[in-house]
Design a binder for this molecule. Sequence first.
Ligand SMILES: Nc1ncnc2c1ncn2[C@@H]1O[C@H](COP(=O)(O)OP(=O)(O)O)[C@@H](O)[C@H]1O
Ligand SMILES: [Mg+2]
Length: 448
Amino acid sequence: MISIPVHVWLPGCADPASAGVLEVDDRSVSFTYGADYLTAGGPSIVGELPARRARHRQSSNLLFPIMQDAGPDSWGEMLLEKRLQHQPTQLELLTLCRADGAGNLVLGALTPDRFETIEIETFIGILNQFEDLAQTDEAYVRLRAIIKEAIDQGTGLGGAKPKLELSDGGMRYIAKFPDIHDDPYLPHVESAMLKLASQCGIQVAVAEVKEVGDHRHPYCLVSRRFDREQLASGVIGRIGYASAHCVNRVEEAMRQYSANELTEFTLKGYSSVQLAKSYPRFAENMRRWCIDREAWESDVRELWRRIVFNALVRNTDDHTKNHGLLCRDMATQHWRLSPAFDIVCGISDLASPALCMPYLYQRAVRHGRNPQAARLVAKANRQDLIKAAVLHYGYEQDEATEVFESMRQIVRSGWREQMITEGMPDSAISRYERNLDRDIAKTWEESD
Ligand SMILES: Nc1ncnc2c1ncn2[C@@H]1O[C@H](COP(=O)(O)OP(=O)(O)O)[C@@H](O)[C@H]1O
Ligand SMILES: [Mg+2]
């Protein structure tokens, strides 16, 4: 049996409190709140783990989803693997990564090395020393080495792109770099998309492109962390975060994937894993996480605008870890949609893009001559998007059509301007023309 301390940053507190202990053995996973935490009136860390004197057991031997969100994905894992010289276990990932993961939980010992953060000024300062030399190969290599060293500290943040947490004293930021094979202007594209999304009535992360050095991969996107806040005392507080992956309990659905899956698919027309990875399921689950009905309705309507935006810009990377909720009130467990992030437009030829998460669940139609199986729709076209707005996301048909048309207009007339404003050269912008100047087909027939 392994026992791991779980720490939580309570609202308004600069220092973490010890919330309880995670216990893991071959067959079971459980979490127990500490007696002191409960006596002091500590709130539930998440609704699914109510603050009471009982051992919370996971039905499967998977870790609690909210705790998984506190640790890294492939990028952080790769760095930790290099450091440990072996493939980290899931528990190593969570307890040895830097304590800069999403949300307000940290697992394992709080050793000082897990808290080191580079000041933005220091980081940019180091890079600037090389500015004059940056045209030479030697400087390029040294510059890359310095960026790499800073990045190599590792991160508890998710995602696959190289990234590190930066501070400017009063706030925390995430600097994200394009991968070696990516368009070097990817940070500009992401920044442009976030601004365009904001014009479409979507709440977005505050981010800007920073120039960080040489002429080959000179830019990164610096995004202000929405799960951190500056407290009155000037220190940093942390806010709970739960990805859609956590909210929809995707790992559990995948674990339950069984030999029956094929039958299930044939009978239902979709699998339970696909459903767990879908927007309608996220919208439905958000109702439990958001205690205020009006707030939930408003968030679900915004979720639909995010779906439409992803479709319009051909962002097909809208997976369950690229959406999430922020805890607005721990005491009442009130969670709201987090600002949108990680939106980039695709460049492959996509008339009607297939979103990563299905957005429309159509029930089986049992009557009539041609009974139709239920289906989960991921391929985006105007007709189905509007149908989904009415079925799942709280719109009337006319209103959905109006919002769709206005977003379509904003994207089509504004994307180029936004990329120019970000400082992208024409040659880089033209790669996005094919998709962004194009309409989403009106129906399946027209699109195929
Ligand atoms: N502005 C932000 N504030 C707080 N957390 C963020 C922010 N942007 C991203 N994240 C978190 O960091 C993770 C990785 O960021 P993301 O932009 O998705 O990187 P990648 O492109 O590598 O997937 C996200 O899944 C999310 O949990
Ligand atoms: Mg991501």
